[in-house]
Ligand binder design. Structure first.
Ligand SMILES: Cc1ncc(COP(=O)(O)O)c(C=O)c1O
Length: 422
């Protein structure tokens, strides 16, 4: 069993993905973990059963001690959670049936009536909707700030949120970030957010900074190293990586993750064993896949940049704003493979481009082995009110592209012929 602690030198995540957290000797020597299809687990004796439930219900600190019932945990999910923790340097992780389940259970854990959430903008539209519409029904309000905000702007938004919370009889419950933001790739200065939060609330606070790291994680950005407390994923994207499953996760220090586990135990929403198993297989190649996709994206963007039918690119490898470049240099180790292309013209030109693509598929989502293209203004972000679309830069001439692991020259030829059709 590859174990980071028993090794004579620290092992890299890509090595640990092959065996960490699984002992074949416990499963008939099966090299790969079996899929454990069971709804419940037999206790050794009655006292062990009592002990398990004391952990699950919070009567004894430390959570579940062993396997109990499949709404709470299972072998495939626990191996997955151990391996997810490694990538982000987290103490603990939880897997969920979708990215949105992870995000909703996380927010419900930390927010009570009267509280305020601060969030960066833009967010994935369903996340923004959950905060603005669903949490609002339970008396939770929000204040948002644009990704890229300076330390002064962050100090101001935190002061306003605390005043709003005081008016409502609540507290500042959470600072929720998405960086880069979907679909514009605008980056948030996590270090500045963390410094502003600490300056306002001191060391002893109950306001975690959570961040959706779906676009760059787990390879190109490790937000916990920059002051975030909880990292959130749609595992559906790069981690799953084959456009064949839906799942999500949260990871961080146990003190932040334990309360989320308690609510997941109550509500359900854990990933099923088959999906967890597929994610274990995906994690074995996540570094390979992301590296290749990142290299392909750099080549494709080098071709697209300067093309006469293209106005500009929203690609993290070609930032033209000093503040965004500074954030990138401090936080990111790679530019990713999801970017926006602003085509000269509007919706009609974008649709001609999309309809002419032969290799790239016309579909929402990202981070899969295959290249995908979509038109956010009329698809994923159609529900965003027009003035907000304008302020967030989600224009009618924006096409979002997620580059896969195909041959880069084949992709470039496909984009070239599709641009000819515009
Ligand atoms: C940045 C981001 N966060 C969260 C989600 C939601 O994840 P899921 O579709 O797995 O629920 C998505 C989905 O597109 C996303 O792009």
């Amino acid at each position: 069993m590859a174990d980071s602690k028993s090794a004579s030198r620290p092992l890299k995540p890509s090595t640990l993905m092959m065996g960490h957290g699984y002992d074949p000797a416990l499963s008939e020597g099966s090299l790969k973990p079996p899929i454990f299809l069971t709804s419940t687990f037999a206790f050794e004796n009655a006292a062990a059963g009592k002990r398990h439930f004391e952990g699950i219900t919070g009567k004894r600190p430390g959570g579940a001690d062993g396997l109990v019932y499949s709404r709470f945990n299972g072998p495939n999910q626990e191996i997955l959670e151990d391996r997810l923790s490694i990538w982000d340097g987290a103490e603990d992780a939880l897997c969920f049936s979708s990215g949105m389940t992870a995000i909703c259970v996380l927010m419900l854990t930390y927010c009570a009536a009267g509280d305020v959430i601060i969030h960066s903008g833009p967010l994935y539209a369903a996340t923004e909707g959950f905060v603005a519409k669903t949490l609002a029904k339970f008396g939770v309000s929000y204040i948002d700030f644009p990704a890229g905000a300076s330390r002064e702007e962050l100090d101001d938004v935190i002061a306003r949120a605390r005043a709003q919370a005081a008016d409502q009889g609540g507290k500042l419950a959470m600072i929720y970030l998405e960086s880069p933001g979907n679909p514009t790739n605008a980056l948030v200065d996590i270090e500045a957010v963390s410094a502003a939060r600490d300056a306002a609330l001191g060391a002893d606070h109950a306001c975690p900074i959570a961040i959706d790291n779906t676009f760059l994680g787990p390879l190109w950005q490790r937000p916990l190293d920059h002051g975030a407390d909880i990292v959130v994923y749609s595992l559906t994207k790069y981690v799953g990586g084959h456009s064949d499953l839906v799942a999500g996760s949260v990871a961080g220090a146990k003190k932040w993750i334990d309360p989320v586990r308690m609510l997941r135990n109550t509500m359900g929403g854990i990933a099923d064993p088959n999906t967890a198993w597929m994610l274990l297989r995906s994690l074995e190649t996540v570094e390979l896949r992301m590296s290749r996709a990142g290299e392909n994206a750099a080549k494709v963007c080098a071709f697209l940049k300067g093309h006469p039918k293209i106005e500009r690119l929203g690609y993290l490898g070609m930032i033209d704003d000093a503040r965004q470049q500074d954030i990138y240099d401090r936080h990111c180790t790679g530019a990713g493979s999801t970017f926006s292309v602003f085509i000269k013209g509007g919706e009609a030109e974008c649709f001609r481009f999309l309809d002419a693509l032969r290799i790239a598929k016309l579909a929402v989502s990202l981070g899969g082995t295959e290249t995908l293209a979509s038109h956010p203004a009329s698809m994923t972000h159609l529900s965003v009110p027009d003035p907000r679309k304008v302020s967030l830069g989600i224009s009618d001439n924006l096409v979002r592209i997620s580059i896969g692991i195909e041959d880069a020259d084949d992709l470039i030829a496909d984009f070239e012929q599709a641009l000819d059709a515009v």
